[in-house]
Write a protein that binds this ligand. Structure first.
Ligand code: APR
Length: 318
């Protein structure tokens, strides 16, 4: 059992995370920070705590508007941010304006971690994923690259697996699939590594259908956003982040796609990019190199270029 998990941002994803941690009895203590008034995080935690007799779970769960409750956290999961919503005057913030706002929020998160939870494992979910985790890394004091990571690949791969399972007419448990690169429309589903019961996926799903599935995977976040009408996917990102927490906390040595700092791997230096990693008690214990087809390599290069561009914008932002 983990001693303490902190969650920053108590919105849709933060709420699912807190409830799921209690339901799984994954940690003795949960701390949820959200700046929203009157005291949204405290309210969410009280709601979850009042269900504990029904869950049959004794977890100490605390919510607050201030970061001091993160003291002693082994893990901090970051979901803080603002979505692209319409302003009262009917206009939308531009992509740059939104990035600037979210970077300011990220800097507050980094300050909170520096003050109250130095050394904690950090799993960041907030979007734009690659930019936010890069900013956190830059702003957290003496940040150990093995202990900071973005959650994107687990979810993108889960979406790919789900669509393949549906098309093949078999259980999701029979599918192995991985999506690499940035967490945007340049992400790269790796068909050459996609297996159904250990067999090449093409044996079960025709190539044309796979093209459509991979396209759907790249746009899966947007598909959910459209259907929901407001907000974005929140159950699948939360559950995906907990897969990473469990792999580390239980020293599983599990290979999962992680948005990790590359230091020469895949010919990339100094950027956070989605690659397969071994997760264990030390965090990112190893980055796994997989053989890609020339098409997949070219697509990954393109995706890395997109991440590089966003990170340059992050570096330029104060
Ligand atoms: N500190 C703590 N919490 C903050 C801060 C801050 N400085 N700024 C904003 N928040 C909170 C908001 O008050 C809000 O409750 O972050 C929460 C974000 O929750 P939602 O808007 O419900 O978003 P959610 O669906 O949970 O997604 C969170 O993950 O997948 C990404 O794109 C998604 O970036 C978004 C993030």
């Amino acid at each position: 059992m983990i001693n303490k998990i902190g969650i920053v941002g108590g919105g849709n994803i933060g709420g699912v995370l807190a409830a799921e941690i209690v339901s799984r009895r994954l940690a003795r203590n949960v701390a949820l920070v959200d700046v929203k008034g009157p005291d949204m995080a405290a309210g969410k935690c009280l709601d979850i705590a009042e269900a504990m007799p029904v869950y049959g779970s004794d977890v100490n769960i605390v919510g607050a508007k201030t970061y001091d409750i993160l003291a002693g956290c082994d893990f901090v999961i970051n979901t803080a941010g603002v979505p692209r919503t319409m302003r009262p005057d009917g206009t939308y913030p531009s992509r740059d304006e939104l990035l600037a706002i979210n970077l300011k929020i990220t800097d507050q998160v980094a300050d909170g971690i520096n003050k109250y939870a130095p050394g904690a494992f950090i799993i960041s979910i907030a979007n734009p994923l690659d930019a936010i985790v890069y900013r956190l890394y830059k702003k957290i004091n003496k940040c150990n690259p093995k202990r900071i990571m973005g959650m994107a690949g687990v979810l993108d791969s889960a979406r790919y697996k789900y669509f393949v399972a549906e098309a093949a007419g078999v259980s999701v448990e029979n599918i192995e699939a991985v999506v690499l690169g940035g967490h945007g429309d340049t992400m790269v589903p790796i068909r050459s590594a996609c297996r159904v019961y250990g067999l090449p996926v093409e044996q079960f799903v025709p190539a044309k259908k796979l093209d459509a599935i991979e396209d759907r995977t790249r746009n899966a976040g947007g598909e959910v956003v459209k259907l929901l009408g407001s907000g974005s996917a929140f159950v699948s990102p939360a559950i995906s982040a907990l897969e990473m927490v469990e792999a580390i906390a239980f020293d599983k040595k599990k290979i999962v796609p992680v948005c990790a700092l590359l230091q020469g791997e895949y010919s990339v230096k100094g950027l956070f990019v989605g690659v397969p990693c071994v997760l264990g008690k030390d965090g990112i214990e190893k980055i796994i190199k997989i053989k890609l087809t020339s098409e997949e390599s070219a697509a990954l290069k393109k995706s890395v270029a997109a991440v590089k561009k966003t990170c340059a914008e992050v570096d330029a932002a104060k």
